[in-house]
Design a binder for this molecule. Structure first.
Ligand code: FAD
Length: 456
């Protein structure tokens, strides 16, 4: 049996980066992937959805070109087949990049379903297809899959093609006339934003009374308003009770209503992939279907780590990347740990949302002596120069006791690109007075952070 110092199960962002870093450090490493290297992120998540959204952004610009003194002849429209083909090209390019990097770092790639058979004195026995391998250590990076709740008609209609998950929607070559999105979280909103831009009548049905899950309350309202302006209808505080051939049945305040649909997207959340991996054969502890890990990504079983969505801590690709590095550093005996309080998150709707750290509400709930400063994005010259809808805002949350930033919440152009600058200030605990001395390029939307800092 071939022996590896490390076997990584799963070739998504968590798995491939862990394998790459381990291989680079000289560990004899194998990465086993059952479907497609790059995982959900590259093949059916982050990257495909952003190629879609960029096409919508181009169309939005064309439709509003006259606001900028540009005339575009004829009727602007989307070629959805082309959008999907372009997306496939982008995915192909990135996946081949991942494979090339793994190869360069001498990682053995095995395309098969991995199953952990047993733990022995020599290591862990992993079955991959017809072969068996011995691993001194394991990193579990099996990711997540969409939650499909037992709503009457839901599962059956995934088979008929009426209901889609993130996988099917990103291969849709025709624009539905009426799209109902079940779930007003990030994935649902990004697709609602896309399909409303390209001509669908979009209705979102969400059980909570606000959209975008944990997003700061005022930002969530602004986002809702801007999507409503594009024509998206929101049914908040509504529970879906059934899927019928022609629409989604839901309950609002005890009354039954129906949203007509010719396609339905089910995006109500994701759950860790922990079944059929053999985790019970080695006694890995789990909670609500996800692997329990500490801040070094160790599980309860010595030499077994779990990174990415499978531990369900923060289901984002960049969390998986950083967890992969922390796990490998821990294996290598280098001191490292996760700091989950400074993970930025982005919603790539048009306008974008960038958030990191505490909201005023969450800070107060933790008993922190916090305050909030909120300013409109119109303090930025570039923002006004480049936009006609001017309702973006920037909120900074400050810890009065330490005079440092502990949160930032921004809605408006480029927010997803510059939120990391505030993450760095929070992570490095930079004093507000020192942030005031930083020079920001002008004119940028990012200058909004500097403007807000001077309002504290
Ligand atoms: P995954 O990417 O799920 O990869 C796990 C891999 O393990 C899969 O390839 C799977 O085939 C493989 N596997 C599972 N079981 C086995 C087995 N037994 N043997 C071998 N292989 C196995 N995150 C962001 O940060 N930004 C975004 O903009 C963003 N957009 C998203 C949009 C959508 C539509 C979706 C669905 C997700 C999005 N995410 C985004 C989330 C992001 O995709 C995940 O957080 C990320 O993919 C997690 O990486 P992972 O390595 O943990 O798991």
């Amino acid at each position: 049996m071939d022996t590896f110092e490390l076997i990584v199960i799963g070739g998504g962002p968590g798995g491939y980066l862990a394998a790459e870093r381990a291989g680079h450090a000289g560990l004899k490493t194998m990465c086993i992937e059952k479907r497609a290297y790059g995982g959900v992120c590259l093949n059916e998540g982050c990257v495909p959805s952003k190629t879609f959204l960029n096409s919508a952004k181009v169309l939005d610009y064309a439709n509003h070109a006259k606001n900028y003194g540009v005339s575009v002849e004829g009727k602007n429209s989307i070629d959805q087949k082309f959008v999907v083909e372009r997306k496939n090209g982008v995915v192909k390019m990135l996946v081949s990049g991942v494979k090339a990097t793994l190869k360069r770092n001498k990682v053995v790639m095995k395309e098969a379903e991995a199953f952990i058979e047993a733990k022995t004195d020599e290591g862990f026995i992993v079955k991959a297809g017809e072969e068996k391998f011995l691993a001194k250590r394991l990193i579990i990076a099996t990711g997540s899959m969409p939650v499909v709740p037992p709503i009457p008609g839901l599962r059956e209609n995934i088979e008929t093609g009426l209901v889609m998950t993130n996988r099917e929607v990103l291969d849709l070559t025709e624009i539905p006339k009426k799209l109902v999105v079940i779930g007003g979280g990030v994935i649902g909103l990004e697709m609602a934003s896309y399909f409303s831009s390209v001509g669908s009548e979009v209705t979102v049905v969400e059980m909570l009374n606000k959209i975008a899950g944990p997003t700061e309350a005022e930002i969530s309202k602004i986002l809702q308003k801007t999507l409503e302006r594009k024509g998206v209808k929101f049914n908040l505080g509504c529970k879906v009770t059934a899927i019928e051939k022609d629409g989604v049945v839901f309950e609002r305040d005890g009354k039954i209503e129906k949203a007509p649909a010719d396609k339905i997207l089910c995006s109500i959340g994701r759950r860790a992939v922990t079944a059929n991996v053999g985790l019970e054969n080695i006694g890995v502890n789990m909670e609500r279907g996800a692997i329990i890990t500490d801040d070094c990504l160790r599980t309860n079983v010595a030499n077994v780590y779990a990174v990415g969505d499978v531990n369900a801590k923060v289901m984002l690709a960049h969390t998986a990347y950083r967890e992969a590095e922390v796990a490998v550093n821990t294996i290598l005996g280098k001191k490292d740990h996760m700091r989950y309080n400074v993970i930025p998150s982005v919603i790539y709707t048009n306008p974008e949302v960038g958030s990191v750290g505490e909201t005023l509400e969450s800070a107060k709930a933790k008993g922190l002596n916090a305050k909030e400063v909120s300013i409109p994005l119109t303090y930025s010259g570039r923002y006004i120069a480049e936009n006609t809808d001017l309702d973006g805002i920037c909120k900074l949350i400050v810890n009065n006791d330490t005079n440092t930033l502990i949160g930032a919440h921004i809605i408006g152009s480029y927010a997803g690109e510059f939120i990391v600058s505030v993450s760095a200030m929070i992570d490095l605990e930079v004093d507000i007075e020192n942030i005031k001395k930083l020079v920001f390029p002008h004119p940028t939307v990012c200058e909004i952070v500097r403007e807000a800092i001077f309002q504290i």
